[in-house]
Design a binder for this molecule. Sequence first.
Ligand code: GAL
Length: 354
Amino acid sequence: MKKTLALALAVVMSLGLLAGCGGGNNSTGGGSSAGGSQPSGGSSVTASIPDAPEGGGTVGVCIYKFDDAFMTTYRNALTEILKGKGYQVTTVDGNNDQSKQNEQINTFITQGVDALIINPCMTSAADSIIATVKAANIPTVLINREPTADQMAAYDRLVYVGCDAAQSGTFQGELILETPNKGDINGDGKVSYIMIQGDPENIDAQLRTEYSVGALKDAGIEVEQLDLQRGDWDREKGQTICANDLAQFGDQIEVVFCNNDDMAIGALQSIQAAGRKVNEDIYLVGVDALDAALNEVMNGNMTGTVLNDAVGQATEAVNQMELLLGGATYSAGNQSVYVDYVKVTPDNASEFVK
Ligand code: GAL
């Protein structure tokens, strides 16, 4: 179906308006954008609108694995928003297997979906995913695992929607800095911590690990890493790693940094089993603001967490998908749109419960 010229003009005008927003903390639409990039503006918008669906269309959604607590809330939000807008949505589980996801992408292309929303299984697969969707000329929104700007530059009908992972790490560090003793519970002049990392292939895991501790160092605090283990975002792994570390390092551990909440909830079980008390003799922080974690923050069993805004990102992903369907193209270096993280403490945790 071809859109009318009037609609084409409306799209061009709306993109022109967006471009006019300039830099800073503006938003391209539904989500709260943290200084995110914008579509490249009127100049790069194609005048003829390619097969944009009227009153809905078909969307293929690839999730890296359904068995991931945060991506489950994200997936549910995405499906609800797309269905609410009249799209026909098919969501598939990559089972954390990139070759399986590649097949799913190819199947969607063969079926002739109007757009794809893809949460890659592996960041390292970005080049081949981008080559595939480009060859098929399918408008594509990548989510949750950010490729490099150079990789995205290969295809101008592609955009990434996510968050600035460094920001979430910094917020975790700040949560510790805001405690009465700035994390130095035993008063020995340094903060001794363990780091329970997500999948280290994922930029979120890399940057949260770096920037959480970086915030302490930037504040002039001496730090000591007792252990760093990969927990792959998984609650049970978080529990096991923390239990082993508590057995090995005992009271030396003052802070447990977890790259996400699911691992923090696992770690909390081990902390409680070891007879330790969060916010009295140990601090514990996560990221995501899962409902379970918000409850623990309110109960004083987690020091804090960071809102990873699933609804905001899903809203922005759909918004960007619609811009692409309307004919928008993106210039190199302007293909990432960010939604803000929010620091969560006992004072504001109740605001985020769904
Ligand atoms: C992160 C999130 C983790 C996990 C991961 C999957 O942003 O904090 O909990 O879902 O994405 O890539």
